[in-house]
Ligand binder design. Structure first.
Ligand code: LLP
Length: 434
């Protein structure tokens, strides 16, 4: 179980905020995503303070981790900026009332439509990530009579200490312009375009990274690159260092608090400040883009146990969720910790595999993890499911995407309704010739 004041055991029962988890499960049904609004708000504020300790900058929440209107409003209120990486995310941010200047538009393969919509919305920065985007964005801004401010995504060639699928700055990554090859030429090209305003650079080295050592390497490389830009007369006003800060899933991971996560950011930015001073440069406006670290530990998922199979060497506890609402074990072999909500005081004497209900052997939430003795009908909570669970959900096997409830102090409310069968089939069309 991750460590925070709003998640605790009382009278043998798991509580989140002022609510017993099993009572929420009874009220809203399972599977159920529960997000702790206080934890999210606390992390946003701590991250904003960490950037303020450096100087001018912003914290742009990476919407892809978990994006809803309610969480967007909550984060906007405390002063967060936002990343979008699709027209859908952009639409969510704009319709949630986010100032377009606080939106950073990412994507390595933006569509013509996304480019048109981003320019038309006056987003703060486009992050250019391909040669074709330079031409397309320049042309679109020209058509709309605008000068679009841009950052350029650089691959700083840093293999961050994390698992392969979420490293994003290894050699030959699909992201960014290679810092050792053509990056400088493309920045020069962008800087000369009539309808583009080069404002700075962006990197994102990966996700679920512990500590700051990989970032330090990247920061040093980026400052050297900024020096090179200066030599050809190009000023780097903004440096966006991406996100990627890790969270606690199991005892294999370090434990984090909002303070310790924010301290990682402080350390990275302190290094940046020292490095630019060494080179006689001014401090760039800095952006960090945390996703997982803001929402990951804020989320738990509640399930009902529907079946148990014990083979001696392996025991399955099968729940009413699965890869349609949390595909991370199937995709990344990721592990989670869990608890039987109303047996929270009992010892974890069992080692179980939490299996989902989809028709695949790989449909697993966590493998061989400790748990109290569970019975059919028990409510089980899986921790640290706030990031990349709801946002990666699907209708596989035509299972409905579960509802999301937010808990904040003594309030609990739906922020996303659960899908109905009708919702799942809403876009099905039968042509009359069938
Ligand atoms: N900025 C950019 C440009 C990104 O691509 C990402 C994440 C972030 C920021 C936020 O990274 P975070 O702070 O959340 O680590 N689905 C995978 C994670 C993919 C991350 C993609 N990019 C997972 O479930 O582990």
């Amino acid at each position: 179980m991750n460590s925070r004041e709003t998640l605790f055991v009382a009278d043998g029962k798991l509580n989140i905020g002022n609510f017993e988890a099993s009572a929420l499960a009874r009220k809203y049904g399972t599977p159920l995503y529960v997000m702790d609004g206080d934890h999210i708000e606390n992390l946003c504020k701590k991250m904003i303070d960490a950037v303020a300790a450096y100087g001018d900058g912003a914290v742009a929440y990476a919407s892809k981790a978990f994006a809803t209107k309610a969480t967007t409003r909550l984060m906007d209120k405390v002063g967060m900026w936002f990343d979008a990486v699709s027209g859908g995310e952009l639409h969510l941010l704009l319709t949630s009332g986010v100032n377009p200047k606080h939106i950073i538009f990412h994507g390595n393969a933006k569509t013509e439509r996304e480019i048109r919509e981003g320019v038309s919305a006056d987003v703060g920065y486009f992050v250019i990530d391909s040669i074709s985007e330079i031409d397309r964005l320049d042309a679109e801004a020209g058509r709309q009579g605008k000068k679009q401010e841009v950052l350029v995504r650089i691959n700083p060639l840093v293999s961050a200490h994390t698992y392969f699928a979420v490293q994003t700055a290894a050699p030959n990554s699909k992201f960014g312009f290679d810092i050792e090859k053509d990056a400088l030429d493309y920045v020069k090209d962008i800087n000369s375009r009539k309808n583009l305003v080069f404002k700075g650079l962006h990197i994102h080295i990966g996700s679920q990274i512990y500590g700051h050592s990989s970032y330090d390497v990247a920061v040093d490389k980026m400052v050297d690159f900024i020096v090179k830009l200066g030599e050809v007369g190009i000023n780097c006003h903004t440096l966006d260092l991406g996100g990627g800060y890790g969270v606690y899933y199991t005892d294999e991971d370090p434990k984090f608090t909002p303070e310790s996560t924010a301290n990682i950011v402080k350390n990275i930015l302190a290094r940046l400040a020292v490095k630019v001073a060494e080179k006689g440069l001014g401090k760039p406006f800095v952006i960090v883009e945390p996703g997982r670290s803001i929402v990951g530990e804020a989320g738990i998922t509640l399930y009902t146990v529907n079946a148990i199979k014990d083979f001696g060497v392996k025991k399955y506890v099968a729940i009413d969720g699965g890869m349609f609402e949390n595909p991370r074990h199937a995709l990344y072999d990721s592990q989670y910790s869990a608890i039987v909500c109303d047996k929270a005081d009992e010892p974890m004497t069992e080692k179980v595999t939490l299996a989902g209900k989809c028709c695949e052997s790989g449909d697993i939430i966590a493998e061989d993890v400790p748990l109290q003795k569970a019975e059919v009908g028990d409510v089980v909570a899986v921790f640290t499911t706030g990031a990349y669970n709801y946002s990666m959900s699907s209708n596989y096997n035509l299972n409905a995407v579960p509802p999301v409830v937010m808990v904040k102090v003594d309030k609990a409310d739906l922020i996303v309704k659960g899908q109905t069968y009708e919702d799942i089939l809403r876009n099905n069309v039968v042509p009359e010739w069938i």
